[in-house]
Each structure stands twice: as structure tokens, then as C-alpha cells.
Design a binder for this molecule. Structure first.
Ligand code: HEM
Ligand SMILES: [Cu+2]
Length: 536
């Protein structure tokens, strides 16, 4: 690294100048920001696609539809596939760990950087390379399999599945490397006095997530390689015509993708723990329970994948066992919920914009979680599977949960990351629009699902029209909210007043150093003598 120049600035942003210094940086903070820029870009693309899908569904009788922007079912299937794949693999999975985790994990534990800074940079390049492969398919034969790449269709369709799954494979590498880095960092680089039980809960959450990333992602990688091998060489693993078993693909896929949903939510839970304790001005209730329930969720999540396959023809015994095991996930989740609410109880709660997102998370994630438990009930899922009920469920957890926490965490740490404050009123307004818009968009989808509207179709019968109209209008409210959020960021970066060291009165270590932090994080290595949330 070019550390010899005498013109180093005093913080990580002006430490070195020029694009090249960013592209070759091994500073975890800069890498976090590079993820931020790319994830925001993919969110924009995935979001535009979502708006198009909703526009198409504005009215039935697609051909005569005022919103018939996608013209026919084929285009709809393609846009749906890219929307899902981009949002899952390029936004929600990397989101919190790669942006906020990279930036704050070392700061949280009083370290100078992650354990393997060069591998950290390499994982950003992996992410970019994988994303480039996946996006490249858009210019060849656009894929239309849905984000789950179910066989045998994904093998037989003439589209660029191989390129796409290679992209997902390479992005998976990035996720594995980040997980590895975080685990070693937590074990090896804690500052003096920073015992495991003094780590902020965000770090515990990242740690649990890292274990999942490390153990589950390789299964996806192998599955995708098998799929590519099947398609290229006709091996006969998944394709029944060649003697393979298409349901085997579903087992493999969900063995990764169920843990993956916890890769998406556990970091969000970590952010929410930080926000709730800070804005209640109270030591978090049940620190140990929250910390270990993250590990508990991670462990249970490996044994529930069959709940995605209740109607795949798996045996009734398997169905009953998976139904029962899935409900167990509710236990550690409820433990967290209980502790967050208990922290709020008699706290001096302030409703700053980050806290609004945290409270939004509690509300929306509760709905997402409870509807998950409903879907886990075998006889209910036979009816709800592949309806809009499922679509509503997972948007409540992924958007209502993960994205809310990402936004809240982002506003919370913005002053630390950039050394500037943002416009609080507009930030709150952005929350209001996102929160209301979200419910207007997705709550009707529960009802639509219960009425039997199947997912993944570009048209529907007139009986579903009104609720679909409401849903589409909701998507415009969400758009408005995110545009406001974008304005808050841009305006804050350009004209925001200088941020104080610790604007929210937080207790964790990152707030003890300068805003923005210096290149090496701390002027002197911190010595830790107490737990992370010592409020009196
Ligand atoms: C208490 C926790 C949860 C339970 C019990 C639960 C349960 C379920 C069940 C049973 C299904 C299958 C429904 C079907 O296809 O018929 C499902 C689907 C899904 N869940 Fe959850 N879930 C929970 C939390 C989450 C979280 C935290 C996320 C993500 C952040 C998530 C994301 C998804 C996704 C993406 C699907 C649909 C996959 C697809 O078919 O495309 N879930 N969930
Ligand atoms: Cu699942």
C-alpha cells in the first residue's frame, strides 16, 4: 500500500486520495463504503424492476392493462427472476455484514482492522466479479427460472442459467471469505479487556452469521456447480429424463437457502439490539440471552429446510418433523423479541430516525415471523404454498426486517462514517413513507394469498383486482420514502453540519474515536473495563 506519502489526511477518507487508492485499499472502513456504493446500485436496479412488476399487476387482463409495461408473461418472468436474484444475492445477503459489519466490527472490538485485510478486499472483488457474471446474462439469454433455479426447468430452458449460477457461485465465495474473516477477527483481534461477553450484540450477531456463511454457502456452491455440470454435460443428477431427481435439487438448494434467510436476518437483529439500547438509554435487557439466541437460531436453521418442500412429495413423516422443527426457530426469535421489548420498558426512549426504523423492525418482523410460523404448520402450508401469502411473509422479514434495520443502522452510524449530520426531519419522513408504503404494498398480499392468488404469474382473475391496485400504489409510497432517504444521504454528505463525536450518547467503542475515524481506527489502543452498554 502507498503509505509512504507525506500527505496523509487525518481520517480514513482523506488518508489517501484518488480512485486508485480506493480500488486497492485494504482498510475495512473503505471496503465497507465500497460495498455500500455497489449494494445501493443493485438496490436501485432491483427496485426499478419491482416497480415494473407492480405496474404490470396494477390491473388484470394484461393485454388491455393500463400498466401493461412488460408486454407478456416471458418478459414478466425474466424481470421477476432478476428482481429476486438481485435483491437476494446482491442486496439483502451482503447488505448488513458487508457494509455495516465491515465498517464497524473492528471498531466495535477495538481492533485496527479485520484479521485478513487483503482477503477482505479480495471478497469485494469476488462480489463484483460474481455480480458482473450474473448481470451479463441479461445481455445474452435472459434467465427466467425464478431466483430458486428449480430443476428440471432450469436445465432444459435455453437461457443463460450456467452463467447466472456461476455468478452466484462467485458471489458465494465472497460471502464465505467475509465470514471467515469475521470469525478470525472476533477470536484474535479483540482489544485488551474486550472479552467475548463484553462484545456489542452486533458483533455477536455478525459472528453467528459468519458461522452460517462458512457452513451453508459451500452447499449452495456445490449445488450450483452440479446444476451447471448437469446442463453442460448431461450428467443425470437432477434431470429425470437422465435418471436424476429434480427434488434432490430442492433439498440441496434449501439446505443453503433456509440458513441464508438467517444470514439475512441475524445481522439485522444485531443492529436493532444496538439501536434499542442506545435510544432507550438503558443497558440491554438479557444481553447473554440475546447473544446466545443468535447462535441458537443459527444452529436450528440447519434442520428446517424441508418446510419449503411440504408439497414436493416428501413423506408425511418428513413433513411432520420439519413442521415441528421449524416452530423451534420461533423460540430463540421470541427470546430476542422479549428482551428488546423489556429493554424499552421504563427506558427513556427517544424517537430519533434510527430508532424509528428499529421500532418499525420490531413491528414488521413480528408480523413476518408469526406468518412464518403459520406457514410452518403443515396443513396450512398445503394451501398457502406458492401463493401471495408466502410473498408477503418473506417481504415482511426481508424488507420489513433486514432492510429496515439496514436503514436504521445506516442513519445511526452515518455521523461516525462521514463525520457529518443529516437532516433529521426528512429522515423521519422517509421512515414514515417507507413504513406506511410497505404495509400498503404487502399487507394486501397476505389476503390475496389467503384468497388463493398464486405467485409468479403476470396476470390474474378480476376478483383479485382491488387488492392488487392497493399494493401497486403502496410501491410508489415506498419509492417516495427511499428517494427521500437518498436525498438525506446526498444532502448530509454535501452540506451536513459537522457531527459531534457521539451524537446519540452511545456507549460502544466506535463512538470513542474521531468522526470520521482515523486510518488506524483509534489513536491509542482502547482498554476495555466494562460491558458494552454501561448506562446508569
Ligand atoms: C420465525 C421465523 C420464520 C419461519 C418460521 C419461517 C417459515 C417459512 C416457511 C414455512 C416458508 C415456506 C412457505 C412456502 O413456500 O410454502 C417460508 C418461506 C420463505 N421465508 Fe420464512 N420463515 C421465518 C423467517 C424468515 C426470515 C427471517 C426470512 C428472511 C430474512 C425468511 C425468508 C423466506 C423466504 C425468502 C421464503 C420464500 C422462499 C421462496 O419460495 O421463494 N423467512 N418461511
Ligand atoms: Cu425456510
Amino acid at each position: 500500500m502507498a503509505t509512504k506519502s507525506a500527505h496523509h489526511g487525518d481520517n480514513y477518507i482523506n488518508f489517501e486520495k484518488g480512485l486508485w487508492s480506493w480500488l486497492t485499499t485494504v482498510d475495512h472502513k473503505r471496503i465497507g463504503l465500497m460495498y455500500m456504493a455497489t449494494v445501493m446500485f443493485f438496490f436501485l436496479i432491483g427496485g426499478i424492476m419491482a416497480l415494473l412488476l407492480r405496474l404490470e399487476l396494477f390491473a388484470p387482463n394484461a393485454a388491455a392493462n393500463v400498466g401493461n409495461v412488460l408486454k407478456n408473461g416471458d418478459v414478466y418472468n425474466q424481470v421477476l427472476t432478476y428482481h429476486g436474484a438481485i435483491m437476494v444475492f446482491m442486496v439483502i445477503v451482503p447488505g448488513i455484514p458487508a457494509i455495516l459489519g465491515n465498517f464497524f466490527l473492528p471498531l466495535h472490538i477495538g481492533a485496527k482492522d479485520v484479521a485478513f485485510p487483503k482477503i477482505n478486499l479480495a471478497s469485494w472483488y469476488c462480489f463484483m466479479a460474481g455480480a458482473a457474471l450474473a448481470i451479463a446474462t441479461f445481455f445474452f439469454k435472459k434467465i427466467d427460472t425464478g431466483w430458486t433455479f428449480y430443476t428440471p426447468y432450469s436445465i432444459r430452458t435455453g437461457t443463460a442459467t450456467v452463467l447466472m449460477v456461476l455468478g452466484a457461485f462467485v458471489m458465494g465465495m465472497s460471502s464465505v471469505l467475509t465470514g471467515l474473516n469475521f470469525i478470525v477477527t472476533v477470536h484474535k483481534l479483540r482489544a485488551p479487556g474486550m472479552t467475548m461477553h463484553r462484545m456489542p450484540l452486533f458483533v455477536w450477531a455478525l459472528y453467528s452469521t459468519a458461522i452460517l456463511q462458512l457452513l451453508a454457502t459451500p452447499v449452495l456452491a456445490i449445488t450450483l456447480l452440479l446444476l451447471a455440470a448437469e446442463k453442460l454435460f448431461g450428467v443425470g443428477i437432477f434431470d429425470p429424463a437422465l435418471g436424476g431427481d429434480p427434488v434432490l435439487f430442492q433439498h440441496f438448494f434449501w439446505f443453503y437457502s433456509h440458513p441464508a434467510v438467517y444470514i439475512m436476518i441475524i445481522p439485522a437483529m444485531g443492529v436493532v439490539s444496538e439501536l434499542i439500547t442506545t435510544f432507550s438509554k438503558k443497558v440491554i435487557f438479557g444481553y447473554t440471552a440475546i447473544a446466545y439466541s443468535s447462535l441458537g437460531i443459527a444452529a436450528v436453521s440447519f434442520f428446517v429446510w424441508g418446510h419449503h418442500m411440504f408439497v414436493s412429495g416428501q413423506s408425511a413423516t418428513a413433513g411432520i418433523i420439519f413442521s415441528f422443527l421449524t416452530m423451534l426457530v420461533g423460540v430463540p426469535t421470541a427470546i430476542k423479541m422479549f428482551n428488546w421489548v423489556a429493554t424499552l420498558y421504563k427506558g427513556s426512549v427517544s424517537f430519533d430516525s434510527p430508532m424509528l426504523f428499529a421500532l418499525g423492525f420490531l413491528f414488521l418482523f413480528a408480523i413476518g415471523g408469526v406468518t412464518g410460523i403459520m406457514l410452518a404448520v403443515l396443513p396450512i402450508d398445503v394451501h398457502f404454498h406458492d401463493t401471495y401469502f408466502v410473498v408477503a411473509h418473506f417481504h415482511y422479514v426481508m424488507v420489513g426486517g433486514t432492510l429496515m434495520a439496514l436503514m436504521g443502522g445506516f442513519y445511526y452510524w452515518f455521523p461516525k462514517m462521514f463525520g457529518k449530520m443529516f437532516n433529521e426531519s426528512i429522515a423521519r419522513l422517509s421512515f414514515v413513507f417507507i413504513f406506511i408504503g410497505f404495509n400498503v404494498t404487502f399487507f394486501p398480499q397476505f389476503i390475496l394469498g389467503a384468497m388463493g392468488m398464486p405467485r409468479r404469474y403476470f396476470d390474474y382473475i378480476p376478483a383479485y383486482e382491488n387488492l392488487n391496485k392497493i399494493s401497486t400504489i403502496g410501491s410508489w409510497l415506498i419509492l417516495t420514502g427511499f428517494l427521500m432517504g437518498l436525498w438525506v444521504i446526498v444532502q448530509g454528505l454535501r452540506n451536513g453540519p459537522k457531527a459531534p463525536l457521539n451524537p446519540w450518547g452511545s456507549k460502544t467503542l466506535e463512538w470513542q474515536t474521531a468522526s470520521p475515524p482515523p486510518h488506524d481506527n483509534f489513536a491509542v489502543e482502547p482498554i476495555v473495563t466494562a460491558g458494552p452498554y454501561e448506562y446508569r
